[in-house]
Design a binder for this molecule. Sequence first.
Ligand code: UDP
Ligand code: MG
Length: 310
Amino acid sequence: MLLSVVAPVFNEEAIVQEFYRRASGVLNGIGEPWELILVNDGSQDRSPELMREIHACDERVKVVSFARNFGHQVAITAGMDYARGDAVVVLDADLQDPPEVIPDLLAQWRAGYQVVYAVRAERKGETWFKETTAKLFYRAIAKITDIDIPTDTGDFRLMDRKVVNALKGMREKHRFMRGLSVWVGFRQTGVNYVRAERFAGETKYPLKKMLKFALDGITSFSYLPLQLATYLGFAAAGLSLVGIIVAVILRLSGSEAFYGQASTLVSVLFFGGVQLICLGIIGEYLGRIYDEVKGRPLYIVGETLGLDEE
Ligand code: UDP
Ligand code: MG
């Protein structure tokens, strides 16, 4: 059997060598043939050169270099496209997902599971903000989507060849891999691990990217926001009906409560806001549909090392 390990790399010059050292140590200890596929997601620093050096010393390390930055989820996808293994492990290159967990994942795979995800039992060195928002997000997405995405799992997981082939057929542009790998089904289980601190460097997920990622996750698996627009519409319409009746009664009874422009202004602003929110929700879905319809490839490869060009 061949074990493939996929790691996305975006400006990780401070980490690449240490990652290779630790990952190869663990993989050699397993005693099976392995390949390590590093996906260079358009890095602007020295990490491409470092990866080239590592590949020159160790042929089992292969490199896919994108023509520009396409994002973490797309980088994972590319690694899985190129992987040849009977089992494929995906993990972050920043050593937050300790390679030492791979033997545990493999043990479950040998026990017959086809997707073995790593569950963060504990997170180290994460900001309070990130930990709380992540927790809330995974609880929320578990509630509103039809599929059971296990809480507190990232993209760190092992997938059987069958699962990888199924995922390779799913080319949607706004990818939420941790959801897709659950959506495909198969026998799944989790293994607990302690998420380590980033080995060096800064997070490559600023708030803006995190928000986009969260929206991709929700829109990929749920229509709830669209239905929310409907509910909001009904609620607003009901509210305005009450308002109209009250206004008519007050006017007929000779009250001066609705003279002047303040009440008009308030209601126009309120309903304008509600309408814009609903349009925005539709826009989020519409933009994603447009991206799908354009049918562009998920990524453009600039160069590969040690891999056949396909
Ligand atoms: N990454 C990537 N492309 C990006 C952003 C991140 O390939 O546009 C990689 C990054 O190099 C790392 C992994 O994805 O190996 C996870 O990123 P990071 O550690 O910055 O995210 P965090 O752990 O802070 O959520
Ligand atoms: Mg990280």
